[in-house]
Design a protein around this ligand. Structure first.
Ligand SMILES: NC(=O)C1=CN([C@@H]2O[C@H](COP(=O)(O)OP(=O)(O)OC[C@H]3O[C@@H](n4cnc5c(N)ncnc54)[C@H](O)[C@@H]3O)[C@@H](O)[C@H]2O)C=CC1
Ligand SMILES: O=C([O-])CC(=O)C(=O)O
Length: 329
């Protein structure tokens, strides 16, 4: 180990995604086989003991790249010096809870976390919000971190992206490795739009290869958009290992780059591209290079796609209005 360890803060560390995530980070899958990591786990006081148990297990793996694990119940301390912040812990919707209640409860988590990142994170901090509603939670955190460049706050739609790649691969009986340039647009919610019009399968346009608009509209799009609910129904709990896998993919791609001739999907602050109001944290096709991402420009958006992108963006705009009204941004 020659390099100084990279500080990785994980919130909600004792939760089910946390358990699926931490061992993979410590084994080097987040940042690569040459980069040592130091884990900083944030939990609520009641879950600190469980996080301590996970830390014991991490120790028992004797990971050569793991330079240490610290546990906190205080956001200010957990984000001190952090280079990569994975914001997983969130307040889930419970029975009888209205959307405004959910946004307010999450505001109570993501506002202080944004402030803590602003106060103490490293200059190169990159933030990924996984906890739902992920896009708007990211917006709340970002708006309380005025000293951090806005583009460092992102939310996760990589799970949706991976789900869409897998469904397309099944439909066309093509290996996932041959699928490129698929896009998730909009919100990480049932309104998201998985777009295959620019995607390629073995170099051929995916929409042409599918040639079945009914399948696209009635099977593919709803299957991908409602996959989270399908998993909850089947498993009795929400996606955990696949969500952790997508979080690893998101950061790995952001830091190490997209493959030549490909792109990925990330929810990032809009610069107004494709008519998405500036500042909304919305999913776009992005290319990553040199540790930075850029929204892919110049794609032609057909009528089929336009309506669906606009619908998801309208939902994000409503969420932004709602958190504004609550004084959370
Ligand atoms: N963006 C995406 O694609 C996906 C997002 N999710 C979301 O990820 C989140 C986490 O999911 P799970 O791990 O399954 O939930 P979980 O309920 O198993 O774990 C959440 C953990 O967060 C902790 N927590 C709550 N408030 C906290 C705070 N203020 N600071 C630190 N930790 C806090 C809880 O104590 C708990 O241990 C949920 O909001 C879920 O909806 C899940 C799957 C996919
Ligand atoms: O609804 C949830 O908590 C899980 C989720 O986001 C997903 O699986 O996409």
């Amino acid at each position: 180990m020659t390099q100084a360890p990279v500080n990785v803060t994980v919130t909600g560390a004792a939760g089910q995604i946390g358990y699926a995530l931490l061992f993979r980070i410590a084994s080097g899958q987040l940042l690569g086989p040459d980069t040592p990591v130091k884990l900083r786990l944030l939990e609520i006081p009641q879950a600190v003991k469980a996080a301590e148990g996970t830390a014991l297990e991490l120790e028992d793996c004797a990971f050569p790249l793991l330079a240490g694990t610290d546990i906190f119940d205080d956001a200010k301390r957990a984000f001190e010096g952090t280079n990569i912040a994975l914001l997983v812990g969130a307040r889930p919707r419970t029975k009888g809870m209205e959307r405004a209640d959910l946004l307010e409860a999450n505001g109570g988590i993501f506002k202080p976390q944004g402030e803590a990142i602003n106060a103490g994170a490293a200059d190169d901090v990159r933030v990924l919000v996984v906890g739902n509603p992920a896009n708007t939670n990211a917006l709340i955190a970002q708006s309380h971190a005025p000293d951090v460049p806005a583009e460092r706050f992102t939310a996760m739609t990589r799970l949706d992206h991976n789900r869409a790649v897998a469904q397309l691969s099944k439909k066309l009986n093509a290996p996932v490795s041959e699928i490129r340039k698929l896009t998730i647009w909009g919100n990480h919610s049932a309104s998201q739009y998985p777009d295959i019009f620019h995607a390629e399968v073995g170099g051929r346009n995916a929409a042409e290869a599918v040639n079945d608009e009914k399948w696209l509209a009635e099977e593919f799009i709803p299957r991908v958009a409602k996959r989270g609910a399908e998993i909850i129904e089947a498993r009795g709990a929400s996606s955990a290992a696949s969500a952790a896998n997508a979080a690893i993919d998101h950061i790995h791609t952001w830091v190490n780059g997209t493959a030549e001739g490909d792109w990925t999907s990330m929810a990032v602050p809009s610069d107004g591209s494709y008519g998405v109001p500036e500042g909304l944290i919305s999913s776009f096709p992005v290319v990553c290079k040199g540790g930075k991402y850029e929204i892919v420009q110049g794609l032609e958006i057909n009528e089929f796609s336009r309506g669906r992108i606009d619908a998801s963006v309208a939902e994000l705009t409503e969420e932004r209005e709602a958190v504004k009204k609550l004084g959370l941004i």
